[in-house]
Design a protein around this ligand. Sequence first.
Ligand code: HH2
Length: 279
Amino acid sequence: MPTTIDEIMESHQTGRPIVAGILNVTPDSFSDGGKFLDPSAAISHARRMIDEGADVIDVGAESTRPGSDRVDQAQQILRLQTVLPAVVAMGAPVSIDTTIARVAEMAIKHGAAIINDVSAGRDDADMFALAAASHVPIVLMHMLGQPRTMQQDPQYADVAAEVREFLVERIAAATAVGVEAENIIVDPGIGFGKKLQHNLALLTGIGKLAELGCPVMIGASRKRFIGELTGQDSPADRLGGTIAACLEAYRNGATIFRVHDVAQVRAALAVAAAAKKTQ
Ligand code: HH2
Protein backbone atom coordinates (compact mmCIF):
# COMPACT_ATOMS: atom_id res chain seq x y z
CA MET A 1 0.00 0.00 0.00
CA PRO A 2 1.45 3.40 -0.94
CA THR A 3 2.37 5.76 1.88
CA THR A 4 -0.17 8.55 2.28
CA ILE A 5 0.58 12.25 2.50
CA ASP A 6 -0.90 12.24 6.03
CA GLU A 7 1.58 9.54 7.07
CA ILE A 8 4.41 11.68 5.72
CA MET A 9 3.21 14.87 7.39
CA GLU A 10 2.70 13.08 10.73
CA SER A 11 6.04 11.23 10.61
CA HIS A 12 7.66 13.57 13.14
CA GLN A 13 4.93 12.59 15.61
CA THR A 14 4.83 8.87 14.85
CA GLY A 15 8.58 8.39 14.35
CA ARG A 16 7.90 6.54 11.10
CA PRO A 17 10.91 6.97 8.76
CA ILE A 18 9.93 8.09 5.25
CA VAL A 19 12.29 7.28 2.38
CA ALA A 20 12.22 9.58 -0.66
CA GLY A 21 14.01 8.01 -3.64
CA ILE A 22 15.91 10.48 -5.82
CA LEU A 23 15.12 10.58 -9.54
CA ASN A 24 17.37 13.09 -11.30
CA VAL A 25 16.24 13.59 -14.90
CA THR A 26 19.40 15.59 -15.55
CA PRO A 27 22.63 15.30 -17.56
CA ASP A 28 24.81 16.73 -14.76
CA SER A 29 23.75 15.67 -11.24
CA PHE A 30 26.77 15.07 -9.02
CA SER A 31 26.20 11.37 -8.44
CA ASP A 32 24.01 10.02 -11.25
CA GLY A 33 24.05 12.78 -13.91
CA GLY A 34 23.05 11.47 -17.36
CA LYS A 35 21.94 8.05 -16.12
CA PHE A 36 18.23 8.88 -16.09
CA LEU A 37 17.88 11.60 -18.73
CA ASP A 38 16.39 9.02 -21.05
CA PRO A 39 12.70 8.71 -20.04
CA SER A 40 12.58 4.92 -20.15
CA ALA A 41 15.68 4.65 -17.92
CA ALA A 42 14.14 7.18 -15.50
CA ILE A 43 10.83 5.34 -15.39
CA SER A 44 12.45 1.95 -14.71
CA HIS A 45 14.61 3.49 -11.98
CA ALA A 46 11.50 4.91 -10.28
CA ARG A 47 9.84 1.46 -10.50
CA ARG A 48 12.90 -0.12 -8.93
CA MET A 49 13.01 2.40 -6.07
CA ILE A 50 9.31 1.82 -5.33
CA ASP A 51 9.89 -1.95 -5.33
CA GLU A 52 12.77 -1.36 -2.90
CA GLY A 53 10.44 0.45 -0.51
CA ALA A 54 10.53 4.14 -1.43
CA ASP A 55 7.61 6.01 0.16
CA VAL A 56 8.04 9.01 -2.16
CA ILE A 57 9.81 9.60 -5.48
CA ASP A 58 11.51 13.01 -5.62
CA VAL A 59 11.77 13.97 -9.29
CA GLY A 60 14.02 16.83 -10.41
CA ALA A 61 15.08 18.18 -13.79
CA GLU A 62 17.76 20.62 -12.60
CA SER A 63 21.01 19.80 -10.83
CA THR A 64 21.78 22.00 -7.83
CA ARG A 65 25.25 20.55 -7.23
CA PRO A 66 27.93 23.13 -6.36
CA GLY A 67 28.86 25.08 -9.50
CA SER A 68 25.83 23.94 -11.53
CA ASP A 69 24.12 26.16 -14.11
CA ARG A 70 20.44 27.01 -13.97
CA VAL A 71 17.97 25.10 -16.15
CA ASP A 72 15.09 27.21 -17.46
CA GLN A 73 11.41 26.48 -17.12
CA ALA A 74 10.89 25.17 -20.68
CA GLN A 75 13.83 22.78 -20.42
CA GLN A 76 12.69 21.43 -17.03
CA ILE A 77 9.17 20.85 -18.35
CA LEU A 78 10.54 19.11 -21.44
CA ARG A 79 12.61 16.75 -19.30
CA LEU A 80 9.65 15.99 -17.03
CA GLN A 81 6.76 15.67 -19.43
CA THR A 82 7.01 11.92 -20.15
CA VAL A 83 8.59 10.79 -16.89
CA LEU A 84 6.39 12.56 -14.38
CA PRO A 85 2.96 11.16 -15.39
CA ALA A 86 4.48 7.67 -15.69
CA VAL A 87 5.91 7.86 -12.15
CA VAL A 88 2.67 9.29 -10.72
CA ALA A 89 0.84 6.31 -12.27
CA MET A 90 2.97 3.96 -10.13
CA GLY A 91 0.98 5.08 -7.08
CA ALA A 92 3.64 6.42 -4.70
CA PRO A 93 3.44 10.14 -3.88
CA VAL A 94 5.73 12.17 -6.16
CA SER A 95 7.54 15.30 -5.05
CA ILE A 96 8.78 17.83 -7.57
CA ASP A 97 12.27 19.20 -6.93
CA THR A 98 12.18 22.65 -8.52
CA THR A 99 12.41 26.31 -7.56
CA ILE A 100 10.23 27.46 -10.48
CA ALA A 101 6.51 27.80 -9.74
CA ARG A 102 5.40 27.08 -13.33
CA VAL A 103 7.34 23.80 -13.29
CA ALA A 104 5.79 22.84 -9.94
CA GLU A 105 2.36 23.79 -11.28
CA MET A 106 2.78 21.55 -14.33
CA ALA A 107 3.93 18.72 -12.05
CA ILE A 108 0.95 19.15 -9.71
CA LYS A 109 -1.39 19.10 -12.74
CA HIS A 110 0.12 15.72 -13.59
CA GLY A 111 -0.39 14.45 -10.04
CA ALA A 112 2.71 15.48 -8.07
CA ALA A 113 1.77 15.68 -4.39
CA ILE A 114 4.68 17.59 -2.78
CA ILE A 115 6.80 20.60 -3.80
CA ASN A 116 10.50 20.37 -2.91
CA ASP A 117 11.86 23.92 -3.21
CA VAL A 118 15.56 24.17 -2.35
CA SER A 119 15.27 27.97 -2.47
CA ALA A 120 12.48 27.95 0.16
CA GLY A 121 10.34 30.25 -1.98
CA ARG A 122 13.08 32.82 -2.65
CA ASP A 123 13.71 32.07 -6.34
CA ASP A 124 10.13 32.47 -7.51
CA ALA A 125 7.67 34.79 -5.79
CA ASP A 126 4.76 32.66 -7.07
CA MET A 127 5.83 29.44 -5.35
CA PHE A 128 4.09 30.00 -2.00
CA ALA A 129 0.87 31.16 -3.69
CA LEU A 130 0.90 27.96 -5.74
CA ALA A 131 1.45 25.79 -2.65
CA ALA A 132 -1.35 27.63 -0.84
CA ALA A 133 -3.83 27.36 -3.73
CA SER A 134 -3.11 23.70 -4.46
CA HIS A 135 -2.90 22.65 -0.78
CA VAL A 136 0.16 20.48 -1.35
CA PRO A 137 2.97 20.13 1.20
CA ILE A 138 6.12 22.12 0.46
CA VAL A 139 9.71 21.45 1.54
CA LEU A 140 11.55 24.61 2.62
CA MET A 141 15.30 24.08 2.49
CA HIS A 142 18.15 26.23 3.77
CA MET A 143 20.83 27.30 1.30
CA LEU A 144 23.53 29.92 1.82
CA GLY A 145 23.99 31.74 -1.52
CA GLN A 146 23.34 30.08 -4.88
CA PRO A 147 24.52 26.69 -6.23
CA ARG A 148 27.06 28.37 -8.55
CA THR A 149 28.95 29.96 -5.67
CA MET A 150 27.64 28.46 -2.42
CA GLN A 151 30.73 26.41 -1.57
CA GLN A 152 33.09 29.42 -1.76
CA ASP A 153 34.07 29.64 1.90
CA PRO A 154 30.66 29.60 3.68
CA GLN A 155 30.82 31.07 7.21
CA TYR A 156 28.51 30.77 10.22
CA ALA A 157 28.85 31.71 13.90
CA ASP A 158 26.36 28.99 14.95
CA VAL A 159 25.18 27.05 11.93
CA ALA A 160 22.29 25.17 13.58
CA ALA A 161 20.89 28.36 15.14
CA GLU A 162 21.26 30.34 11.89
CA VAL A 163 19.61 27.62 9.80
CA ARG A 164 16.77 27.47 12.29
CA GLU A 165 16.35 31.26 12.21
CA PHE A 166 16.25 31.20 8.40
CA LEU A 167 13.61 28.45 8.39
CA VAL A 168 11.49 30.26 10.99
CA GLU A 169 11.51 33.31 8.69
CA ARG A 170 10.63 31.22 5.59
CA ILE A 171 7.79 29.44 7.47
CA ALA A 172 6.41 32.88 8.38
CA ALA A 173 6.73 34.06 4.75
CA ALA A 174 4.93 30.94 3.48
CA THR A 175 2.11 31.03 6.00
CA ALA A 176 1.63 34.77 5.36
CA VAL A 177 0.70 33.86 1.78
CA GLY A 178 -1.72 31.17 2.92
CA VAL A 179 0.37 27.98 3.07
CA GLU A 180 -0.99 25.88 5.95
CA ALA A 181 1.60 25.31 8.68
CA GLU A 182 0.65 21.59 8.60
CA ASN A 183 1.81 21.50 4.98
CA ILE A 184 5.41 22.56 5.67
CA ILE A 185 8.46 20.30 5.79
CA VAL A 186 11.85 21.81 6.72
CA ASP A 187 15.31 20.76 5.54
CA PRO A 188 18.71 22.08 6.74
CA GLY A 189 20.17 21.72 3.22
CA ILE A 190 23.17 19.47 3.79
CA GLY A 191 25.96 20.59 1.43
CA PHE A 192 24.23 23.79 0.31
CA GLY A 193 26.75 26.44 1.38
CA LYS A 194 28.24 24.30 4.16
CA LYS A 195 31.67 22.99 5.04
CA LEU A 196 32.26 19.60 6.64
CA GLN A 197 31.94 20.90 10.21
CA HIS A 198 28.69 22.71 9.33
CA ASN A 199 27.14 19.53 7.91
CA LEU A 200 28.12 17.57 11.01
CA ALA A 201 26.77 20.27 13.33
CA LEU A 202 23.49 20.19 11.42
CA LEU A 203 23.16 16.40 11.62
CA THR A 204 23.65 16.49 15.38
CA GLY A 205 21.67 19.72 15.82
CA ILE A 206 18.53 18.59 14.00
CA GLY A 207 16.66 18.66 17.30
CA LYS A 208 16.66 22.46 17.00
CA LEU A 209 14.76 22.16 13.71
CA ALA A 210 12.46 19.39 14.91
CA GLU A 211 11.31 21.80 17.66
CA LEU A 212 9.66 23.90 14.93
CA GLY A 213 6.90 21.27 14.83
CA CYS A 214 7.27 20.30 11.16
CA PRO A 215 8.67 17.07 9.75
CA VAL A 216 12.40 17.42 9.03
CA MET A 217 13.81 16.16 5.73
CA ILE A 218 17.47 15.38 5.31
CA GLY A 219 19.38 15.03 2.03
CA ALA A 220 22.82 13.71 2.94
CA SER A 221 22.91 10.93 0.35
CA ARG A 222 26.36 10.36 -1.22
CA LYS A 223 27.31 14.00 -0.61
CA ARG A 224 30.84 15.35 -0.65
CA PHE A 225 31.22 15.70 3.13
CA ILE A 226 30.92 11.90 3.39
CA GLY A 227 33.78 11.55 0.90
CA GLU A 228 35.82 14.04 2.93
CA LEU A 229 35.41 11.84 5.99
CA THR A 230 35.95 8.48 4.29
CA GLY A 231 38.35 9.31 1.46
CA GLN A 232 35.84 7.97 -1.10
CA ASP A 233 36.01 10.14 -4.21
CA SER A 234 33.25 8.43 -6.13
CA PRO A 235 29.74 9.33 -4.87
CA ALA A 236 28.46 5.81 -5.65
CA ASP A 237 30.92 4.41 -3.07
CA ARG A 238 29.49 6.51 -0.21
CA LEU A 239 26.67 4.19 0.88
CA GLY A 240 28.09 3.35 4.32
CA GLY A 241 28.54 7.02 5.15
CA THR A 242 25.08 7.81 3.78
CA ILE A 243 23.51 5.24 6.09
CA ALA A 244 25.44 6.56 9.10
CA ALA A 245 24.33 10.13 8.31
CA CYS A 246 20.69 9.06 7.95
CA LEU A 247 20.75 7.14 11.24
CA GLU A 248 22.37 10.08 13.06
CA ALA A 249 19.71 12.40 11.63
CA TYR A 250 16.91 9.98 12.56
CA ARG A 251 18.22 9.67 16.11
CA ASN A 252 18.09 13.46 16.39
CA GLY A 253 14.56 13.88 15.01
CA ALA A 254 14.61 13.85 11.18
CA THR A 255 12.02 11.52 9.64
CA ILE A 256 12.20 12.08 5.84
CA PHE A 257 15.32 10.80 4.06
CA ARG A 258 16.08 11.83 0.47
CA VAL A 259 18.40 9.10 -0.83
CA HIS A 260 19.79 7.38 -3.92
CA ASP A 261 20.14 3.90 -2.33
CA VAL A 262 16.60 3.11 -1.28
CA ALA A 263 16.82 -0.59 -0.35
CA GLN A 264 19.83 -0.23 1.93
CA VAL A 265 18.69 2.96 3.69
CA ARG A 266 15.18 1.50 4.09
CA ALA A 267 16.66 -1.57 5.80
CA ALA A 268 18.87 0.50 8.11
CA LEU A 269 15.96 2.72 9.12
CA ALA A 270 13.69 -0.30 9.69
CA VAL A 271 16.14 -1.55 12.32
CA ALA A 272 16.58 1.92 13.86
CA ALA A 273 12.80 2.50 13.99
CA ALA A 274 12.17 -0.87 15.65
CA ALA A 275 14.88 -0.15 18.23
CA LYS A 276 13.41 3.31 18.89
CA LYS A 277 9.97 1.79 19.56
CA THR A 278 11.36 -0.34 22.36
CA GLN A 279 12.73 2.71 24.20
N1 HH2 B 1 19.88 17.92 -2.29
C1 HH2 B 1 19.97 17.92 -3.63
C2 HH2 B 1 18.85 18.22 -4.41
N2 HH2 B 1 17.65 18.49 -3.83
N3 HH2 B 1 16.32 18.72 -1.90
C3 HH2 B 1 16.21 18.73 -0.57
N4 HH2 B 1 15.03 18.99 0.01
N5 HH2 B 1 17.29 18.47 0.25
C4 HH2 B 1 18.53 18.20 -0.27
O1 HH2 B 1 19.48 17.99 0.52
C5 HH2 B 1 18.68 18.18 -1.69
C6 HH2 B 1 17.54 18.47 -2.49
C7 HH2 B 1 21.27 17.61 -4.27
O2 HH2 B 1 21.43 16.24 -4.49
P1 HH2 B 1 21.15 15.46 -5.87
O3 HH2 B 1 19.76 15.61 -6.34
O4 HH2 B 1 21.58 14.05 -5.68
O5 HH2 B 1 22.15 16.11 -6.90
P2 HH2 B 1 21.96 17.27 -7.96
O6 HH2 B 1 21.49 18.50 -7.29
O7 HH2 B 1 23.35 17.39 -8.54
O8 HH2 B 1 20.95 16.78 -8.97
